[in-house]
Design a protein around this ligand. Sequence first.
Ligand code: TYD
Length: 205
Amino acid sequence: MTKGLFITFEGPDGSGKTTQIHKVAEWFKNKGYEVVLTREPGGTKAAEAIRQIVLDPKFPIKAECETLLYLAARAEHVEKVIAPAVAQGKVVLCDRFSDSTFVYQGLTRGVDMDVLKTMNAFATKGLIPDKTILLDGDSKQLAVRRSTRGVEDRFEMEGLAFQEKVRHGFLTLAKLEPKRIVVLDAIRDQDTVAADIFKHLEPLL
Ligand code: TYD
């Protein structure tokens, strides 16, 4: 059996990842692929329980603890869901992955990047996405989008300066790995963004 595909979706909060990942799932299914749609933190029972802790404003945890929780959730997720599905030839679409840790805990919260890379490689057993779609957009415009969505999690409550750092963190990573990370303008009509994503995924088929 040939190896499947592992595609991740990244971007600041409110960039429309969730909408787009569903469109991409339909696109692959229509082409006859078996698709696994999943998210981080989450994807397994234990990882979803960790998600509850890490996103709850009632638990004002610091960067080190936050990092370890995200990585614990990722280790579960890779071992039980992502790696087996890719090995079975499926297309795995994941809403956030390692790049979110490098951006949020590393470039934004200031956890040492070398430490993060080592620990992340431990958690993922070295698994790297085949392609990463980075949905980018002006932080103020994304904040307006988020405000229409209701209750905010612990990260969305951080304010504009934090979201700006996040945006620039993602763009910095994209410059370092231009082949893997595709940067797309998220502040467009949803179908236009989707068509742009399909264009970049087509060569992987
Ligand atoms: P997510 O559910 O994707 O939120 P949204 O749909 O609002 O984008 O992600 C939850 C939050 O967790 C998000 O603010 C980013 C943060 N996060 C990290 O800080 N580090 C990580 O490794 C991951 C996976 C997410």
